[in-house]
Design a protein around this ligand. Sequence first.
Ligand SMILES: Cc1cc2nc3c(=O)[nH]c(=O)nc-3n(C[C@H](O)[C@H](O)[C@H](O)COP(=O)(O)OP(=O)(O)OC[C@H]3O[C@@H](n4cnc5c(N)ncnc54)[C@H](O)[C@@H]3O)c2cc1C
Ligand code: FES
Length: 339
Amino acid sequence: MSDEYLVELAPGGQTFGCGPDETILDAALRQGLDIGYGCRQGRCSTCKYQVEDGEVDLGQASAYSLPDNERDAGWALLCCARPLTDLLIRDHRPPDTRALPVLAPRELAAQVAEVTQLTPELWRLAVTLAEPLEFYAGQFVELGLTRGAQTVWRSYSMASPPAASRRLEFILKRIEGGAFSGGLDTLASGESVVVRGPFGVSYLRAGTRPVLLCAIGSGLAPILAMLADASARRDPRRFTFYYGARRPQDLPDLESLAGELDLDLTYVPTLDGLEPGDDWQGAVGNVTRAIQGGVEDAHDVDAYLCGAPPMCDAVGRLLAAKGLPADQLYFDRFFAASK
Ligand SMILES: Cc1cc2nc3c(=O)[nH]c(=O)nc-3n(C[C@H](O)[C@H](O)[C@H](O)COP(=O)(O)OP(=O)(O)OC[C@H]3O[C@@H](n4cnc5c(N)ncnc54)[C@H](O)[C@@H]3O)c2cc1C
Ligand code: FES
């Protein structure tokens, strides 16, 4: 007898097996099923689906991400839920006609190649992989770092393009005391890390509309990958990149990070923490303000918002108010780990 439960997705009718000890999302991705998701840790609610038939263990879903009334109505976060019986799950999302085939996540050994400080807060981490990893520009992996008896897993978006499939680069905000990022300055070249992925559905879609990119802080990472990938493919679309930081010294050097880009790109850095004496002639204020002034009508753009969740949510609301349809908006929200 199989020890997997059978999960059916309505209305499409796709079926897949899910072991009792794996989350429904992990089982679906392992088998190449297209599921909406973001953080993979019960924080963003993107993987909220309705269980129409069968029983699940809801796992670590927080009361904020999955309130009681939704639990009572049969909703579950697929990144947390495990099956207790066979299941029928309803997908309420409109079909994403531009989605690329799901790349089944893998776990690969890797070694630290380089750690460089870019700004007072941002660091670049490069790792070399034992085998190439296929991914799409805008996706992330989980990095596992072992310290003593403990392995810390954290999500980081690739800053390097998919063409560089054996050397992945990341941009991390160093958080003093952070279990992963806090030790960046002590990571030694050659040290082992484990790479698990790829994950994420906020990758650059093909299309003809102009592309609006927006990030603050380390949200720069997936956007660098998208720009480099688009440039390598000679993507003819118009790209506008809004990037928010506090002071001039917090702005990473886009040119040296992205290399020479063969793109129709407008870069709009904007600073919201200027102090007397700072030398700055560019835009002032946060990215929401810059987009408020710079974008009149958003109905005909594709938008990618990356980084701190409050910024992504605020800019998402602004663009929706300016006419952006929900299926042209992609979020890569950097939720802090819940474990
Ligand atoms: C899909 C996804 C992609 C991500 N991509 C990136 C990326 O490309 N680059 C990147 O730097 N991070 C990224 N993150 C965030 C990253 O996974 C970690 O949460 C972050 O690096 C903190 O981990 P830590 O172990 O250093 O700190 P922790 O030990 O987890 O946290 C230490 C303390 O810092 C707080 N904290 C956590 N994040 C922040 C923050 N941003 N600012 C201030 N305080 C914070 C925590 O609440 C906690 O109190 C991503 C997250 C997700 C979900
Ligand atoms: S809550 Fe499940 S992917 Fe974010």
